[in-house]
Design a protein around this ligand. Structure first.
Ligand code: CO
Length: 264
């Protein structure tokens, strides 16, 4: 049995995004020193941009084809996505196809994304709260900006918001491209008398979306919108992959997947 781990991230071309990927890759290598680890990006657009800049990163199918040619028999594709949406389900489809193909891998297992199922949501909420700011004032709120998706997986953002609220009424989750959106959040903050918001990305890395859509200077950014509503903002530009408590959860999913590899 020759094993390998592929870390499948959405991908980013923003310079601030590298920290998250470097941190989690290092932790995976330390946890599994005997297994080769490589990184692949699931976003075709990002891979296109990087290839043009001469910094090509493999797609997951390309990384798997290479590993197979190198004699790998058992492989884990670990999702570095935050919720099970389009990208994660794409990995499941690919794994299914590759497992059934003649002359392919003996085993392809996919590790869950950060948020996986009902129990997983509580674990993620607890982990995030363990890392969020202490010593906030009475009129302060903590607001996470998730990506949001048209996929059914979008339900996890609202579910995470509820999981936060059960534990701490001052912590909120919103989504950039879907509901719960910034309009509803501003309405709620205004009603609750929030004067200051700590803005944090609920994204794998603090890349382009954090820089532009969360704290950018243009009119549509969350920071601009909140400030127009009279709410001061302070941003903490750290991606999910930089928080050890969250990386612990990804590593636990990876561990499960590796254990599945050797089950007959
Ligand atoms: Co995006």
């Amino acid at each position: 049995m020759k094993q390998a781990i592929v870390l499948a991230a959405f991908g980013s071309r923003h310079e601030n995004a590298a920290a998250s990927l470097a941190h989690i890759t290092e932790r995976v290598r330390r946890a599994h020193p005997d297994v080769p680890v490589c990184v692949a990006y699931t976003s075709k657009t990002i891979r296109g941009h990087l290839a043009q800049a001469g910094e090509a990163v493999e797609s997951v199918p390309d990384a798997l084809a290479r590993l197979l040619a190198e004699g790998t028999t058992h492989v884990v594709v670990q999702s570095l996505h935050l919720i099970p949406g389009t990208e994660f389900h794409g990995l499941l489809e690919l794994a299914n196809e590759l497992m059934l193909r003649e002359g392919g891998f003996s085993r392809v297992e996919v590790g869950f994304p950060l948020v996986a199922g009902e129990a997983g949501m509580d674990a993620v909420a607890e982990a995030i709260l363990s890392e969020t700011l202490k010593g906030r004032g009475d009129n302060d709120a903590v607001l996470f900006m998730g990506h949001g998706t048209k996929h059914d997986g979008n339900v996890y953002y609202e579910a995470l918001h509820q999981a936060f609220q059960k534990r701490d009424r001052t912590v909120h989750m919103g989504a950039m491209e879907a509901e719960p959106g910034i309009d509803a959040i501003i309405e709620r903050f205004t009603r609750d008398g929030v004067r200051k918001a700590y803005l944090l990305p609920f994204l794998f890395s603090a890349g382009w979306h954090a820089a532009r859509d969360m704290v950018g200077e243009d009119e549509a950014s969350w920071k601009t919108r909140l400030e127009q509503a009279g709410i001061r903002c302070e941003a903490i530009l750290k991606g999910a992959g930089e928080y050890d408590a969250l990386v612990d959860i990804w590593l636990a999913h990876l561990d499960d997947a590796i254990r599945r590899l050797s089950r007959c």
